[in-house]
Design a protein around this ligand. Structure first.
Ligand SMILES: C[S@@+](CC[C@H](N)C(=O)[O-])C[C@H]1O[C@@H](n2cnc3c(N)ncnc32)[C@H](O)[C@@H]1O
Length: 229
């Protein structure tokens, strides 16, 4: 079997990440979680622990019908002999014309000002700062959530890289309780490497896990859970 790498640099490198969050999520995984969540532009979406804002940015690009990597200039396929540069330019133009929409605000909460500021810088670089509403806030306090939240997509701390395990043990049930109060009936899509902690908290609080998927995030074995709050 022979393969040709037509991409080169990995597709998860979108080019908007001017602030590198220490526990950043791969944009390709963020995008897959959004598709899995069932969210559609126009519905109220929140990432309540948004860090460098990868999930809100990927959602905003979907809401604008913007092709990720549209302007990337270094695909390997550009060097193939049979490559048609005019056809690629035509396709880029077609994608530009197809862009648009009526994006509903996409919300992000973050507890620490330096990550919030970093998330705003990333959103600005991605050209979606006006679509994402990123605020300083605490995901465990129902008062910080907007009304009518229908979808929560989130990448909380796992207790591996940044936050002690003990804090995660307390965080997960507090977070799920806040969701029950602020967004009862909404859909929650969560990625975590602390899957036992998450399952215990979901059971304690009465959040139903509908499906689960194993995903390798870098060198970490994680699970993506789709839940009903
Ligand atoms: C795994 S990181 C998210 C990374 C993000 N998905 C990205 O790609 O940059 C988890 C984030 O949750 C934030 N966080 C932790 N506890 C929080 C809380 N109670 N409320 C809001 N944010 C919180 C942390 O500061 C951290 O930025």
């Amino acid at each position: 079997i022979m393969g040709v790498d037509t991409t080169g640099r990995s597709l998860h490198r979108r080019g908007y990440r001017v602030y590198e969050h220490p526990a950043a999520l791969k944009p390709t995984i963020a995008s897959a979680m959004l598709l899995l969540s069932g969210w559609r532009p126009g519905e109220t979406l929140i990432d309540p622990m948004c860090g460098g804002a990868t999930i809100p940015i990927e959602a905003a690009m979907m809401a604008w019908n913007r092709a990720v990597n549209r302007d990337r200039r270094d695909f390997n396929l550009l060097r193939l002999r049979l490559f048609d540069a005019d056809a690629l330019e035509e396709e880029r133009e077609r994608l530009r014309i197809a862009e648009g929409g009526d994006p509903h605000p996409i919300y992000g909460l973050e507890k620490y000002p330096r990550h919030l500021e970093g998330g705003r810088r990333n959103a600005e670089r991605a050209g979606v700062l006006e679509t994402v509403n990123l605020r300083l806030g605490d995901a465990t306090d129902p008062a910080f959530y907007p009304e009518d939240v229908s979808h929560i997509v989130v990448n909380p701390p796992y207790g591996v890289r940044m936050v002690p395990r003990e804090r995660v043990r307390r965080l997960y049930p507090m977070f799920l309780r806040a969701l029950k109060e602020a967004a009862g009936g909404a859909t929650l899509t969560v990625i975590t490497a602390a899957y036992r902690r998450f399952r215990e908290a979901a059971e304690d609080v009465g959040v139903e896990i509908i499906s689960s998927r194993r995903v390798l995030h870098g060198d970490l074995q994680t699970m993506i859970y789709l839940c009903q709050v």
